[in-house]
Ligand binder design. Structure first.
Ligand code: SF4
Length: 291
């Protein structure tokens, strides 16, 4: 049977046309930025989670978790993925500071919508774990309201998260960007081990995981690499509900050009149908559900 790929898209590979048809509102509307804070005040507030630096937010369906979701894109990322679709989120200082109370009020405003659609709040990025105090305090408030919480992350900043913070995550969209250290470093500039550790910690605390794997021809597509990603999923001990195999595309290229950052995948094409099918079959051979 031919493999079926759902058109769900992660933060770094959001298809702007699909997103346009699903996004109800967004940008940074509805938030007052803190005024009268100097640099030191801002750093203190960032550390305590009284403010967070946000790139943008939107209300969407079928993109970042179940149901209708409020997705908040945090600014700042320690990785530099070759296929990143949002290099404009890399620097935290390029985001806008938003008060914790304003974010919590926004979640409360959509509480009924989340309840009726089985949705909730998702933190994405950039890297959502770069501002752990803000994100975890919003999640704590969301759980007190009975709102579903989802963290979209690479897990690279595993050390930033305590077990108590993990307890307020209902679902994690975990990017396993590669199966071996060497390829991971080549793809992201970072190390793979923290992702595996974070996945195991989520599993140990009974959390659900949707693994995301970006399939880039010539970069992440070798049989050995995919096998290693599948084996990592197995190590998460039944926590993985499914694997999203996401075909690379070039929709982010204009942003790299705009920011004048040398773009390493200038001539890379998306995966063929045959390649997608081969990779999906590899995951299925490990008993994993693939979308
Ligand atoms: S982890 Fe960071 S660099 Fe990688 S795709 Fe996401 S935002 Fe881009």
């Amino acid at each position: 049977m031919a493999a079926v790929f759902r058109t769900t898209t992660p933060h770094m590979l959001r298809d702007s046309q699909q997103l346009g048809s699903r996004t109800l509102m967004g940008g940074l509307s509805g938030f007052e930025s803190p005024v009268g804070m100097d640099r030191r005040d801002r750093l203190d507030a960032l550390r305590t989670g009284d403010i967070g630096f946000v790139h943008s937010w939107d209300i969407n369906t079928s993109v970042d978790g179940p149901g209708t979701r409020m997705t908040v894109f945090m600014s700042g990322c320690p990785l530099r993925c070759q296929y990143c679709q949002n290099p404009d989120t890399w620097r935290m200082r390029d985001g806008s500071p938003v008060y914790l109370d304003a974010m919590v009020a926004k979640v409360e405003r959509y509480k009924d919508l989340f309840a009726s659609t089985g949705g909730g709040i998702t933190f994405s990025g950039g890297e959502s774990m770069m501002q752990p105090a803000f994100v975890s305090r919003v999640f704590r408030a969301a759980k007190e309201m009975g709102v579903h919480t989802c963290l979209d992350t690479s897990g690279f900043l595993n050390q930033n998260y305590t077990d108590e913070m993990i307890d307020d995550i209902d679902l994690c969209l975990l990017d396993v960007k590669s199966g071996d250290e060497e390829t991971y470093r080549k793809v992201t500039g970072g190390t793979l081990a923290p992702t595996i550790t974070f996945g195991k910690r989520l599993a140990a605390r009974g959390k659900k995981i949707w693994v995301r794997f970006v399939l880039v021809p010539g970069l992440t597509d070798s049989v050995e690499n995919v096998e290693r990603v599948a084996r990592i999923c197995e190590e998460f001990d039944g926590a993985v509900e499914h694997v999203d195999v996401l075909g690379f595309h070039q929709l982010g290229r204009p942003k790299w050009h705009q920011l004048r950052i040398p773009y390493p995948l200038e001539d890379c094409k998306g995966p063929s149908k045959e390649l997608r099918e081969r990779v999906a079959a590899q995951f299925r051979d490990h008993g994993l559900v693939v979308y």
